[in-house]
Design a protein around this ligand. Structure first.
Ligand SMILES: *[C@@H]1O[C@H](CO)[C@@H](O)[C@H](O)[C@H]1NC(C)=O
Ligand SMILES: *[C@@H]1O[C@H](CO)[C@@H](O)[C@H](O)[C@H]1NC(C)=O
Ligand SMILES: *[C@@H]1O[C@H](CO)[C@@H](O)[C@H](O)[C@H]1NC(C)=O
Length: 504
């Protein structure tokens, strides 16, 4: 505020003089003709009291109470030197000083306060680029200027009666050189909404010298293409066969929309009735603020009317939108309507469930959970020793005898790397497209007895971990095999040899 430099000056003056005079108030805003009381106080009795108001220095005596500037206070002996100032005049705007005798020495001490004699500013000016109509989402920039006030006026922005707080810039206060009148200006930036249409943008100026606030305003117009007011499919409930039916759809558009209904292969507009004259499209009914009811009137609802889908196309200068409308002879289901939040929640829950199921299946398929390793170890031990070493059997069958069983983790680690290798190998073979994958589930005994495929080179046995069911059972005797049968010998010879190479 403007008084800050003045206050700073006062403090500085008090500091320089070295003598403190307690003056209250330090600042006052008064209109012309108002009154104000200023009081200076020191901690010792005084024998004189002077007050400078405007350019005149008044000698104040408690016994003299005539004129516009008179003594006020508890008495000189209390150290009080105050002034009751009546009929504040325009030219008194400025400092009011009290002059008191010092406690010691001969230099008088001075207290100062700022008296602001309010002066009404000019009416507010609302400045905005000349644009009669905005589109929804357009940015409105406007500036309000209230010039020549003392002190500066206060600006408030409103849309109709509602105060706007968003998008306001810092107010800027300026004054002409050599003048104590202040001009305030403030900018506003707003992304216009459909709801801002038909509202007034208002700059409200308030000032100490004005009994009533003053306003500058501007009517806003916002246009937008047709849109639904609520999401989701449109179903009109509660229709009765044989009775008249009204299909209401509430939409929003500015400028006003044109409607066209499509019923079967007929296109109906408010000017065009259906061939048999039983279906009529009504003019959109304005509900205010850009809302419209679009209604299709069915004279008698037949069964086929309920079964088909109606299409409502709404058009204005900015665009077109088409909605499908269905009918139902049932009452509107109560309480079934889900809010958007609930729908989103359900969708998320389903997604989470799907991801969880996928992860479980994936973990099982690749045997990547922690307890998979332990279980698998037992299996490979029991089965590995008893299985005849096939031509292309994977290293799990070769290794168990050689594998040291030192620590759990080492074994588990090895197991995991083996599995990873297995997975990689199976994957490397699979994409060839012509391969057949057969899973054979057999008891351990069976697997021992079971003769390997005729053409051993064309079969890969991949050991699979058993599912949950096997977990609580005693160490499983069963082993699952994935039998990968190659159809061409040339293709399969290679991976088989590669495997052998790696194993050695
Ligand atoms: C306010 O807007 C006016 C014109 O619209 C512009 O000249 C001025 O720089 C703006 N001031 C601020 C602080 O944004
Ligand atoms: C459709 O609007 C009319 C008024 O125009 C009202 O009487 C009728 O109940 C409304 N129908 C539905 C299904 O909302
Ligand atoms: C407009 O249509 C809605 C249904 O969409 C209905 O509830 C309302 O009563 C209708 N209003 C008028 C004024 O017809």
């Amino acid at each position: 505020m403007a008084v800050l430099p003045a206050l700073f000056g006062l403090l500085l003056a008090a500091f320089v003089s070295g003598q403190n005079v307690d003056i209250t108030p330090r600042e006052a805003v008064r209109r012309v003709g108002d009154e104000v009381t200023v009081l200076c106080k020191v901690a010792y009795p005084i024998d004189s009291c002077r007050m400078t108001v405007g350019k005149v220095s008044y000698r104040l005596l408690p016994s003299v109470q005539e004129g516009d500037v008179v003594y006020s206070g508890q008495g000189l002996e209390q150290g009080e030197c105050g002034a009751h100032i009546r009929n504040v005049r325009e030219e008194w705007n400025g400092l009011v000083e009290c002059v008191l005798p010092p406690s010691t020495g001969s230099i008088e001490i001075v207290g100062k306060m700022a008296l602001v004699v309010a002066r009404a500013p000019s009416p507010p000016l609302l400045l905005a680029p000349p644009q009669p109509v905005f589109k929804e989402g357009d940015v409105l920039q406007a500036q309000c200027v209230v010039a020549g006030g003392r002190p500066a006026a206060k600006i408030t922005w409103m849309l109709d009666d509602i105060q706007v707080v968003d998008g306001l810039h810092q107010p800027i206060i300026t004054s002409e050189p050599g003048s104590d009148l202040k001009t305030i200006s403030q900018n506003i930036t707003r992304h216009l909404l459909a709801d801002d249409g038909n509202r007034r943008l208002v700059c409200k100026a308030e000032h100490e010298a004005m009994d009533q606030p003053r306003f500058a305003q501007r009517q806003l117009q916002v246009i937008y293409p047709p849109k639904r007011t609520e999401p989701g499919p449109i179903t009109i409930f509660g229709l009765k066969l044989g009775a008249e039916g009204r299909l209401n759809v509430t939409i929003r558009a500015n400028p006003p929309p044109y409607v066209e209904w499509t019923v079967g292969d007929q296109r109906l507009t408010p000017l065009r009735v259906s061939e048999d004259g039983t279906i009529t499209a009504l003019e959109p009914e304005a509900l205010g603020n850009g809302y419209y009811n679009c209604t299709l009137l069915l004279a008698h609802i037949a069964k086929e009317d309920v079964e088909r889908t109606y299409y409502l196309k709404v058009t204005n200068d900015l665009g077109a939108e088409e909605f499908a409308v269905r009918l139902s002879t049932m009452d509107e289901p109560a309480g079934v309507e889900l809010g958007t939040g609930a729908i989103v929640g359900i969708v998320i829950a389903v997604l989470v469930l799907l991801v969880a199921v996928f992860l479980i299946v994936f973990a099982k398929a690749t045997d990547r959970w922690c307890f998979g390793a332990g279980r698998n170890r037992d299996q490979t031990k029991s089965s590995g020793e008893s299985t005849p070493a096939g031509d292309v059997l994977l290293e799990s069958r070769m290794q168990p005898t050689a594998r040291p069983s030192d620590t759990e983790s080492a074994v588990a680690g090895k197991e995991r790397s083996r599995l990873a290798e297995l997975t990689a190998r199976v994957r490397a073979v699979l994409p060839k497209g012509k391969d057949k994958v057969q899973a054979t589930e057999a008891a351990a005994g069976e697997s021992e007895d079971k003769p390997l495929s005729d053409d051993k080179k064309n079969v890969v046995y991949a050991e699979l971990a058993l599912g949950e069911a096997a977990r609580d059972k005693p160490p499983p005797e069963t082993t699952e095999y994935a039998q990968i049968v190659y159809t061409t010998a040339t293709e399969t010879a290679k991976p088989a040899e590669e495997n052998k190479d790696k194993e050695t």
